[in-house]
Design a protein around this ligand. Structure first.
Ligand SMILES: Nc1ncnc2c1ncn2[C@@H]1O[C@H](COP(=O)(O)OP(=O)(O)O)[C@@H](O)[C@H]1O
Ligand SMILES: [Mg+2]
Length: 243
């Protein structure tokens, strides 16, 4: 029984802004170990949906279950402690700190939590920066990094927490082709240890990485399936891929 319980589930999850149903009764299951991509047109509710999962936005109704526990009532920082890390579409790095110090905040958080005392701060930071390809920028002030590099820095901050679920909201925006190739390899590597929920517009990245794809449209799940099935789905082509 326990083996089939998804790592993450939502039931009847809803969030309205005024009269707008940004997320409209979403039932969603994510098994542990999967790389799941969420795609859909701008305004489909993707960012709001993952914001509800990590507690940055509160639901109008519905539940979020993580690792078999109802976490709907937990604050965002408590969900981080439970093992949910995320990076958002709008960069939220500390602009005046160096890349090293931004990641150090995450590593410190993990060390203080006492889950993993084996890794020293410096090693933890440099390991995370190396994974995202920013070793050479460790001492750069974060706010002066290129936009795509700030996104990668956020990914480093997220993975430095060693989360059980890593949520990435359009992480490849602003990256070069070479950096995207590096990112694809990184996510594959991370997925050996972490379940990944990836909002992504770049269909090459989606098709390369996703075990399954969830398509959102107007706050609802329009379709869900393997990359092959989604590519072949006429509704999806109409709503999104053909656009
Ligand atoms: N804080 C907010 N206040 C009002 N409307 C919002 C807010 N956040 C999102 N929305 C609206 O909710 C809808 C879904 O937005 P979003 O979740 O950002 O979509 P996506 O990430 O798929 O582009 C959009 O119409 C957006 O304008
Ligand atoms: Mg979004």
């Amino acid at each position: 029984m326990a083996a089939v319980t998804p790592l993450l589930s939502t039931r009847g999850l809803r969030r309205s802004f005024g009269g707008l149903k940004a997320v409209d009764h979403v039932d969603f299951d994510l098994p542990a170990g999967e790389i799941r991509a969420i795609i859909g047109p701008n305004g489909a509710g993707k960012t709001t949906f993952v914001s509800l999962i990590c507690g940055r936005v509160l639901p109008s109704s519905g539940t979020v279950t993580f690792d078999g526990k109802d976490i709907s009532g937990l604050q965002a920082h408590q969900r981080v402690r439970a093992g949910i890390a995320y990076t958002f579409q709008i960069t939220s790095v500390f602009a005046n700190l160096t890349a090293f110090d931004n990641v150090a905040l995450s590593v410190q958080r993990r060390l203080l939590d006492g889950k993993d005392k084996s890794g020293a701060l410096h090693d933890g930071v440099m390991d995370a920066l190396q994974k995202v390809g920013l070793t050479g920028h460790a001492n750069a002030v974060a706010g002066k990094l290129a936009y795509g590099h700030q996104r990668l820095l956020e990914v480093a901050m997220g993975l430095a927490l060693k989360p059980r679920l890593l949520i990435l909201d359009e992480p490849t925006q602003g990256l070069s082709d070479g950096e995207i190739a590096n990112f694809i390899a990184l996510v594959r590597d991370l997925s050996k240890e972490t379940t990944i929920l990836l909002i992504e517009h770049n269909m090459h990245v989606v098709m390369e990485l996703a075990g399954r794809i969830t398509v959102m449209e107007q706050g609802r799940i329009l379709a869900e399936g393997t990359p092959e099935a989604i590519r072949a789905d006429a509704d999806v082509q109409r709503a999104y891929l053909g656009a």
